[in-house]
Design a protein around this ligand. Sequence first.
Ligand code: COA
Ligand code: AMP
Length: 631
Amino acid sequence: MSASSYQQAYLQASENPETFWAAEAAKLQWHTPPTRILASGADGQQQWFPDGRLNTAWLALDAHVQAGRGEQTAIIYDSPVTGTKSSITYADLTRRVAQCAGMLRDMGVARGDRVIIYMPMIPETVIAMLACARLGAVHCVVFGGFAAPELAVRIDDAQADVVLTASCGIEVDRIIAYKPLVDAAIAQARHPVRRCVVLQRPQCRAELYADRDVDWQQSLANAEPADAVAVQATDPLYILYTSGTTGKPKGVVRDHGGHAVAMRYSMATVYDVGVGDVFWAASDVGWVVGHSYIVYGPLLAGCTTVIYEGKPIRTPDAGAFWRVCSEYGVKALFAAPTAFRAIRKEDPEAKLASQYDLSKLERLYLAGERLDPPTWAWLQEHFDRPVIDHWWQTETGWAIAANPAGYSLQEPKMGSATWPMPGYLLSILDDEGAPVAAGVQGNIAIRLPLPPGCLTGIWGNPERFRAGYLTTFPGFYVSGDAGYIDQDGYVFVMGRTDDIINVAGHRLSTGEMEEVLGAHPAVAECAVIGVPDELKGELPLGMVVLKNDVAVDPQQLASELAALVRKEIGALACFQQSLIVQRLPKTRSGKILRRILRQIASGEVFTVPSTIDDPACLDELRAQLELRRAG
Ligand code: COA
Ligand code: AMP
C-alpha cells in the first residue's frame, strides 16, 4: 500500500467513521455481525457495534484451528530465569484455554464476573486471560511488581470473587514469593475473595489455605473444557488499572467488539504483520502493551507471540533481546526505550547483537515513554532497519500516532511519533480549548468519537471518565499529553500535562506516592515530582516538610520513606530519593506548584508564576535541588 492509501483511509475514518469501521469489522468472524456500527449508550458514552455478538478468545484461538492453522505455533515461551523454552500450537492453546475456562466455570465464574490475575510472565497467565474471555468473564491483570495494598484496591474496586496467582515470580535471580502478597491483599480487601487458585511453580511452593485456596493443576485436571460464550460486542473484556492524578488508580474498561476490530486493524496497519509472522512485544502482560500486543493483537492476527520471562540485561547479558529475535525469527520487536537504554549502557557498540542472525527482524517499535533522540540515534546506527516510535496510552489500547508501516513507511523525524492513525482526529488546543498553529505546543486532544478499541469507561465510575477526559474540551478526549503537530502533520509528544510520571516505561501517580509519604508521622506535607534519569527516563523525588518540633536523621527518614513506598505501592515505583525542605511553593489558594519544582529540579529555565504566595521560598529550593543535581 502507499502513502495515498493512508491518506485515503485517514480521510474516510475522519469523515465517515461508521463506514470505515464497518468495513474493518467485516473482516472478523462474528457470531452475529453488527447491523449498528456506532451508538450512544444510556450514559452518553459511545458504543461500537452494539448489536454484534462475538467472543474474542474464540476469534484468537478456535477460528485459527477451524481455518486449518491448528499446528502453527501460537506461543513461544522463553524464560532465561528458569532455563525453560517451550512452544504451544494454536490447537493446543485452544484446548488448554477451554480446560482452564472449565475450571473457572466450576468455581462459579460466569459472564460479567471479574477475575483478578496476579501472575508472572508464563503461558498460564495468557491462558487464564483467554479463559476468562472465553466465558465472557472480565479479567483484571495486576502487574507482579505491585505491593499488596495495590492489589487489595483492585480487588475491591473490581469486586472480584476469584484471584488467580502463581507461587512466585522471578526477578533475574531473586524469587519473589507471590502468595504471601496475595494473602495480605485478600486480608486487606473489604470485598471477600471466594477462591484463590494457585499455580505451584517448582522454584517456590506456596502454602494453601483450606476452604479458599485451590491448587491450579488439581482443579484443572478435574475440569471439563468449556465452549466459548458469545457475548455482546459492548460487553467488557477486561479492566486494566492505570495511574491517574489522584491516589486511586482507575480501571480502564475495554470491550470485546471494538477491541477485536482495533487489534486486527492495528496488527495489519501499524505493525504490518499477519498469519505466521513472529511478533514480540517485550513487555509484561500486566501492562496495556502486554494485553494488546503480547496476547490479543498477535493471536487475533494469527501470529506467533513470544512470552519472555527475563530482562533486557542480566538474563544473562545485554544480548538477550537479540538472541530471542534470532532464535525465533522475530519479524517485529516492540519494547520500551528504557530497555534499549539499558542495553546500550552495557553494550554501547552493540557487539552482542552482531553475534546473532537478525536477518528476519524487519522493524523495531518503541513506545511507553518518549523515544529520546540518543536512543533513537543509537538504534539507527547499529540496526539498519526502521526504528518506529509510536504513541499510545492504556486508555486508547493501540497507537494514536505511528509510522503506518502497513500503509507505507514515512521518512521519520527525530522526536516524532509520525502521523495520527486513521480514526484519531488530533487537535492541539491551548488551555482555553482554541486550536493552535502548526508547530505550537499545546494539549493534545482527540475529537470524539474515539475509534474502536479505546476505553469505553472507567469501571464503576462513569463520572470519573467524563470529568477526567471529556469535559475539559467539550467534543474532545483530552489525552493528558502535551505536544505539537508540525507543518507536515508529524506529531511530537513532549510530556504529560498532569502529575503522572513515567519510570522505566511504567506509568505512576505522584499523587499516590504523596499519600504514602504524607502518612509518615514526621511529615507535615510533601510533593513528589519526576526528575530526569538517564536509564529509566524519570525517577520520583519526594520533597517533604517536617512537622514542627520533629527531629529526624535525614538519611534515616529517606530510607523509611523509601521502604514505605515499596510496601504500599511496590518496588516498581523506584522511590529512593527524598529531600527535607522548609516550605513548598504554593499558589495563594494553597495549591502546590509542582511544575516549578520539576523545572528547578531538571535545571530548566522557568518564570516565577504571578500566583505564587511566597516567591522567596524558591531560592532555598533552588539551592537544595541544584546541590542534589550536582552531586
Ligand atoms: N515482579 C516483582 N518485582 C518486580 C517486577 C515484577 N514483575 N518488575 C520489576 N520489579 C522490581 C524489580 O525487581 C526492582 O526491584 P529492586 O528495587 O528490589 O531491584 C524494581 O521493581 C524496579 O524494577 P525495574 O524498573 O525493572 O528495574 P531494574 O533495575 O530491575 O531493570 C530495566 C531496569 C531498564 C532493565 C527494566 O526497568 C526494564 O526492562 N524496563 C522495561 C520495562 C518495560 O518494558 N516497560 C514498558 C511497559 S510498556
Ligand atoms: P501508559 O498508559 O502506561 O501506556 O502510558 C501512557 C503515557 O506514556 C502517555 O500518555 C505518554 O505520556 C507516554 N508515552 C507513551 N508512548 C509514548 C511515546 N511514543 N512518546 C511520548 N510519550 C509516550
